[in-house]
Design a protein around this ligand. Structure first.
Ligand SMILES: NC(=O)c1ccc[n+]([C@@H]2O[C@H](COP(=O)([O-])OP(=O)(O)OC[C@H]3O[C@@H](n4cnc5c(N)ncnc54)[C@H](O)[C@@H]3O)[C@@H](O)[C@H]2O)c1
Length: 402
């Protein structure tokens, strides 16, 4: 059995940041990373954004992050199937076992799947570099006689909207299926959701609202999707983004969990087991400003990874960063913090040049802030949320981030 002073399960951005942070504090300790993926840690947000505007990004010096500098052993295609926190050992699907001095779980999430729509060559539950490469090959005309494919995009969340925008940019025919009345209506105030919806339509997307995909299959050179309203979508490829589930199936009962299966950690990212930490999309943690929550974005992955890494290497650092998140769609970009729930009271501030700032409020406080084509205000937004208060009249928030 191979032993590592520091063993990390998961090979995403959080693991990458953690390995680098460990190495900065401990020059000599051995670091092992067990990753189920066939590729080194890479900047996952690029799969739905930058790689579609800059395909050469995979050759960029920043592509492979910091793992090399961390001098970690990255063991690819090593899917962990069991952890024994008493014996301090980890077992992989291939039978390999490893023991650890200190363990970090940074496994992120697996795409939520539909039972009636199995993954296949043309049904992509979009999360891996292989999914990107497959979609890139199809949109480059491979096997399709240079005809741009018809891409069915299932889901109107981050993957759905970003991939639909990218596919329109590639000149593909795009059909976007989502269950809401208006795209983004659960997240954005009505006027912004309508603008977003219109943006997709004006770029040529067919937007099928108010329908869920129930099942489907690959047929010949294409895909057939059945929708809850009885209609059928036939396309060359389906890109599916129905959310993720925390990847904790291998843990059995060894660590304390939240209701959604994610790992509960304290403010230093420690789990309930000795010498075991966890970070990134897979944890529910006590945010210093927003309280107990799970976040699924790059900022929490990398900043938590760095704190967890330092703590594995002996620090006692509190994770006190409230993560921001962002998206880019056509000429629209946004940055946000906190809870974006359109069923809450909202106040929309006109920030000029088409920019808007949206404040989300409960009866007691401001709980979320979104900058719509407004950038660089997330620190001010966090400071506003940290006040845990609100004005009686929400419109008095105008200028609050200046
Ligand atoms: N910009 C970013 O921060 C960014 C970008 C890409 C991905 N991600 C992350 O990647 C993960 C996956 O993203 P995602 O887009 O899959 O999740 P998501 O939760 O953002 O969106 C899921 C979407 O699927 C829809 N849906 C559910 N069942 C459906 C059905 N049967 N038919 C049609 N639509 C259905 C939902 O209504 C929702 O619109 C998330 O963790 C996300 O945060 C983040």
């Amino acid at each position: 059995m191979t032993r590592y002073d520091y063993l990390i399960i998961g090979g995403g951005m959080s693991a990458d940041a953690a390995a680098q942070a460990i190495r900065e504090k401990d020059e000599n300790g051995t670091i092992g990373i067990l990753s189920e993926e066939p590729t080194q840690p890479f900047p996952r947000p690029a799969l739905s954004k930058k790689l579609w505007t800059d395909p050469d990004f995979t050759r960029d010096e920043n592509w492979l992050g910091t793992v090399e500098a961390a001098r970690a052993d990255v063991l690819l295609e090593h899917r962990v199937v069991g952890v024994d926190t008493d014996a301090r050992s980890v077992t992989c699907a291939n039978g390999d076992t490893y023991s650890y001095g200190r363990l970090l779980v940074a496994t992120g999430g697996h795409p939520r799947t539909l039972e009636g729509l199995p993954e296949g060559e043309r049904v992509l539950y979009y999360r891996s570099l292989r999914d990107y490469e497959r979609l890139r090959a199809l949109t480059s005309g491979d096997g399709l006689a240079d005809v741009k494919p018809h891409v069915a995009v299932v889901g109107g969340g981050y993957i759905g909207t970003e991939i639909a925008a990218a596919m329109l940019g590639e000149g593909c025919q795009v059909t976007l299926v989502h269950p809401d009345e208006v795209l983004g209506e659960k997240t954005y105030p009505t006027e912004l959701a309508r603008e977003l919806d219109q943006e997709f339509r004006s770029h040529g997307a067919t937007v099928l609202a108010g329908a869920r995909v129930t099942d489907g299959d690959e047929e010949g050179d294409g895909v057939r999707l059945n929708l809850s309203d009885g209609s059928v979508v036939e396309a060359d490829v389906a890109v599916v983004g129905l959310g993720i589930e925390p990847a904790t199936g291998f843990l059995s009962g060894s660590l304390r969990r939240a209701e959604d299966g994610s790992i509960l950690v304290d403010d230093r990212l420690r789990t309930s087991a000795p010498d075991v930490w966890a970070c990134g999309d897979v944890v529910t943690y006590p945010d210093a400003v927003l309280g107990l929550r799970r976040v699924e974005h790059v900022d929490n992955a990398t900043t938590m990874g760095a704190v967890a890494g330092r703590n594995l290497a002996g620090a006692e650092e509190v994770y006190d960063h409230t993560p921001m998140f962002y998206s880019d769609l056509f000429d629209l970009g946004y940055e946000a913090v906190g809870t974006l729930d359109a069923s809450l009271e909202t106040f929309v501030e006109d920030a000029g040049d088409g920019g808007r700032i949206v404040y989300y409020l409960t009866d007691d406080e401001v709980v979320g802030v979104l900058g719509w084509n407004v950038f660089g205000r997330t620190d001010a937004a966090v400071a506003l949320l940290a006040q845990h208060s609100r004005p009686a009249d929400a419109s008095d928030l105008a200028g609050a981030l200046d």
